[in-house]
Write a protein that binds this ligand. Structure first.
Ligand SMILES: [Zn+2]
Length: 289
């Protein structure tokens, strides 16, 4: 297939009551691993990169690699830019081949968030790109954005409905108690708030901070109305730990294939587990003509 917009993927997940795993990748092997996981389980897939990774690799390298992966694969794949507050970077990514972008102006006042999101939605609509925005503030560390607990704010359901109406945004990430990074204790997820927002808002909802949420709670988030789950930190840890293990056993190892292959395998396995929790196994078949 080719890279497609995440809009049909997320709309289908929303009406089908399942969720789509959106995985942050930083290297070619990480990208290949999540595609293999999706292929093996016949799950629709969203590949993501942060602004930091876009700057590190270049949006064209990432988009071209994702394009090759999707051409070799039979499953529907979207390529998404995670948390970005810079209009120019968003446009560069769209131009490079991204099919979905997040404008994150959640740190701004409501009216400014509306205006910034609307501007991106207008530009994206002209070329059929999905736009995700955030309301409230997800706590934790994402790339170089740090939000401490005190400044993490939960999204208000009525405000969510108003925000979607005013901006025309295609996908909404409401802060509901999850955090970026790894949780110190149990996450404090407001499930009722998810249900409430899902009942008031007409677009798919996104769960940020999908690393380290207990399985039962992920399932409940999906059941209450989350259609996309972002996972970054947990996969990065699995990938890095597999590399560390190789060097623990053989500190002299100097062939990248010798540590990248086990890292890729470990990441693939972890991504499959997330897809299982999302309930996305077998859903790719809906896209075959
Ligand atoms: Zn996030």
């Amino acid at each position: 297939m080719t890279i497609i917009s995440s809009t049909p993927l997320l709309e289908a997940a929303r009406s089908g009551g399942y969720c789509i795993g959106a995985f942050n990748v930083h290297t070619l092997e990480m990208l290949q691993a999540v595609v293999e996981a999706a292929e093996e389980t016949q799950s629709p897939l969203i590949i993501q990169s942060t602004v930091g990774t876009v700057k590190h690799l270049g949006p064209d390298y990432i988009a071209k690699a994702a394009k090759v992966a999707s051409e070799r694969s039979s499953i529907p794949i979207a390529l998404h830019l995670d948390h970005c507050s810079d209009f120019n970077i968003i446009m560069q990514c769209i131009r490079a081949g991204y099919s979905s972008v997040m404008i994150d102006a959640s740190h701004e006042a409501f009216d400014v968030n509306v205006a910034m999101t609307k501007k991106v939605v207008e530009a994206a609509n002209a070329v059929g790109i999905n736009v995700e925005a955030e309301l409230g503030r997800v706590g934790g560390v994402e790339d170089d954005i740090v939000v401490d607990e005190q400044h993490a704010l939960l999204a208000d359901p009525d405000e969510c409905a108003r925000f979607v109406e005013l901006t025309g945004v295609h996908t909404l990430a409401p802060a509901i108690g999850t955090a970026h990074g790894i949780y110190k204790g149990e996450p404090n997820i407001d499930f009722e708030r998810i249900r409430n927002i899902a009942s008031k808002v007409s677009v798919p909802l996104v769960l940020h901070g999908g690393s380290g949420i207990p399985d039962e709670q992920v399932r409940r988030c999906v059941a209450e109305g989350m259609s996309k789950m972002n996972v970054a930190t947990e996969l990065r840890i699995v990938f890095s730990n597999a590399i560390k293990e190789v060097f623990d056993q053989n500190p002299e190892e100097n062939d990248p294939r010798k540590y990248m292959v086990p890292a890729k395998q470990a990441l693939k396995k972890a991504a499959i587990e997330k897809m299982r929790l999302c309930g996305s196994f077998g859903k790719a078949k809906d896209y075959y003509q």
